[in-house]
Design a protein around this ligand. Structure first.
Ligand SMILES: Nc1ncnc2c1ncn2[C@@H]1O[C@H](COP(=O)(O)OP(=O)(O)OP(=O)(O)O)[C@@H](O)[C@H]1O
Ligand SMILES: [Mg+2]
Length: 595
């Protein structure tokens, strides 16, 4: 399930991304390539025209050729240069404009993929990181495709044509292309090596800097950091990490700067080499003055083009490939399979010899579980922290698929049913619920924002015992619930009630509550549990709770211990067998009995 770090070959990358970028906007893509081809040809034509122009001027001066001929060729040269410039502008403009279309097209693919991934993938903390990197990879893919297009439609033909042109003037002159290539390439190669080393070394330091910064300024940490008096501690750590980062960057800049200086020296030698060949050919009368002038003028162009390909483009490609790798690997994570089924009525849930292991963990979190929940039954799950209660609930509701054994939900094996059909009629309030930075109504009706109405919202908030008073919620359901968006702040308990209301809002035949009331005060909690008992009468219900008193509302109580079911029965039955449950129950009730 993990995104592996194996490299994908450049060929495979191109094979995947060229069609994507093409499909994002076929017309733009074709237009771009046509302009690119024309641009390469025009660049060579401008050299040839320059030669003809110089030759015609020389002829006009020496042999009395007509001035109109000079003007004609000069005009042609000017035209070529203008069209070339327009082409350059278009080539720069298209990728920027296209980026919106690519964003929509590949971004859509990424989002669709996120939606169809096995939820277990998200248990891996690096997955979110990978999704972000896939998003960066999307933009990088577009530039990669354009750079490759330009290299093949414009740059390569340009240098080949220039080589042919130079060869025709004097064979040895075509060597200048190689003389130009070597120093530029060498320079870039070394630069890349230096900066790759820097980026490898700096990555962990950068993560540290980000983390210390969070500890100091992030809302989540801020209050606790201040309360602990730990500001100075984190600021010191932050400053020393930043210093280290700068030191590394400076060292890399210095190393690559010195190298660049040396390479510029070599480039200069190359320049002089080409000039020598040129002057030699002119003196020997092997090339015309016009050809000399034209080649002389185009040496600069060839140098800068070469530098553009190698430094700007190839340099960028090597940086981008890492992100594109992530994009492709992300798109290739196997999706959760399963077909659509209609689960009719209130489902029963059967677990047969179910075992489950989290990815990357050796031991089983759930071990050979057997359980039969009848349609409409209410089950409470209790047990110590880490016993596997949350995991069991996720297995029962098909969010996770067991490694061994079978879970039959409403008559269908959860590994064979699509997540969409499974979730359709399950409502769940999990231990870790979301506090969406949206308004109150949206926070409650998130499962169905299409057909929201106040009546449905009122019903849900009443069930959750959430009072919408005018003082707190000035705009009623329209009240924004985030300080970041000019909204209001709620207490932990109020948020939890919203999460419960969300559970009640969603149409369901099965309801799952995983410690839904952990942050709610005892009086409110009792009210909610009573409502919950009422609500779950005709539904299949699973409640995970640490309040054993509340477990009494269930038809049966399942006691978990180290990934196994150790006891199962009604409250009275479990008290009578004097096992784990009665031990836990007595320990809790001791608090409430006066000594
Ligand atoms: N995403 C995960 N990756 C790896 N191991 C996990 C993951 N989530 C839970 N575990 C492990 O599985 C075991 C059971 O966790 P689970 O959350 O199911 O316990 P729980 O009974 O719900 O505990 P609590 O009462 O604290 O909510 C624990 O040992 C936990 O460390
Ligand atoms: Mg739990």
């Amino acid at each position: 399930m993990d995104i592996k770090n194996e490299k994908i070959s450049l060929y495979k990358i191109l094979k995947r991304i060229i069609p994507m970028v093409f499909l994002a906007s076929p017309i733009y893509f074709i237009f771009f390539n046509i302009v690119s081809i024309v641009n390469g040809i025009l660049a060579v034509m401008s050299t040839i025209m320059t030669q003809k122009f110089f030759d015609s001027v020389t002829n006009a001066v020496n042999n009395g050729e007509t001035v109109s001929n000079v003007l004609l060729i000069g005009g042609g040269l000017g035209l070529v240069l203008i069209i070339d410039e327009i082409g350059n502008g278009v080539l720069n403009f298209i990728p920027d404009d296209l980026s919106y279309r690519v964003n929509a097209y590949i971004g859509g693919k990424i989002n669709k993929k996120v939606g169809s991934l096995d939820p277990l993938v998200f248990e891996n903390p690096s997955t979110l990181d990978d999704i972000n990197r896939a998003n960066v990879g999307m933009m990088d893919s577009m530039f990669l495709v354009f750079i490759f297009s330009m290299i093949f439609t414009s740059y390569v033909p340009y240098f080949l044509m220039m080589a042919a042109y130079l060869y025709r003037l004097k064979p040895v002159l075509s060597l200048s292309i190689i003389i130009i290539f070597i120093p530029v390439a060498l320079n870039q190669f070394i630069r890349l090596k230096v900066f790759r080393k820097l980026s490898d070394e700096a990555a962990p330091v950068r993560r540290e800097v980000k983390y210390y910064e969070d500890c100091i300024v992030d809302r989540e940490y801020f209050k606790e950091t201040r309360q602990l008096g730990a500001f100075k501690y984190f600021i010191d750590l932050y400053v020393s990490s930043i210093k280290l980062l700068n030191k590394k960057r400076w060292a890399a800049e210095k190393e690559s700067g010195i190298m660049e200086l040396k390479m510029k020296g070599i480039t200069l030698l190359g320049y002089m080499g080409v000039l020598y060949l040129l002057v030699d050919a002119l003196i020997k009368g092997e090339i015309s003055v016009g050809a000399f002038g034209a080649v002389f003028a185009s040496i600069g162009q060839m140098f800068s083009t070469m530098e553009e390909i190698i430094s700007r483009h190839i340099g960028r490609i090597t940086e981008d490939l890492g992100n594109i790798n992530h994009l492709i690997r992300f798109l290739d994570i196997p999706e959760r399979e399963g077909s659509d089924f209609e689960i009719k009525g209130v489902p029963g849930i059967t677990l047969r010899n179910v075992s489950f292991r989290y990815p990357g963990r050796e031991e089983e979190t759930l071990n050979t579980i057997n359980l039969d929940i009848k349609p409409g039954e209410t089950i409470a799950i209790v047990g110590e922290n880490g016993a596997g209660k949350t995991t069991l609930v996720k297995i029962m509701t098909g969010i996770y698929i067991p490694n061994d054994g079978q879970v039959i939900f409403g008559g269908i094996d959860t590994s064979k049913i699509s997540m969409k059909s499974l979730y359709k009629n399950i409502s769940a309030v999990f231990q870790k619920f979301q506090r969406y930075k949206m308004n109150l109504g949206e926070n409650i009706a998130i499962s169905d924002l299409v057909q929201v109405n106040d009546e449905k919202l009122n019903h849900a908030t009443k069930k959750a015992d959430l009072i919408i008073d005018k003082e707190k919620f000035k705009d009623s359901y329209g009240t924004m619930l985030s300080r970041e968006f000019d909204g209001i702040d709620l207490s932990g308990g109020q948020w939890q009630k919203i999460a419960i209301a969300r559970g009640f809002y969603k149409v369901h035949d099965t309801i799952v509550l995983d410690e839904p009331t952990a942050a709610i005060d005892p009086i409110e909690e009792t009210k909610i549990y009573n409502k919950f008992a009422d609500m779950s009468k005709d539904k299949t219900a699973i409640i995970v709770t640490h309040r054993l008193g509340a477990a009494k509302i269930a038809d049966r109580i399942v006691v978990m211990d180290k990934g196994e079911i150790c006891e199962i029965g009604t409250h009275e039955e479990l008290i009578n067998i004097k096992g784990k449950y009665s031990e836990m129950y007595n320990a809790q009730s001791k608090w409430y009995v006066e000594t």
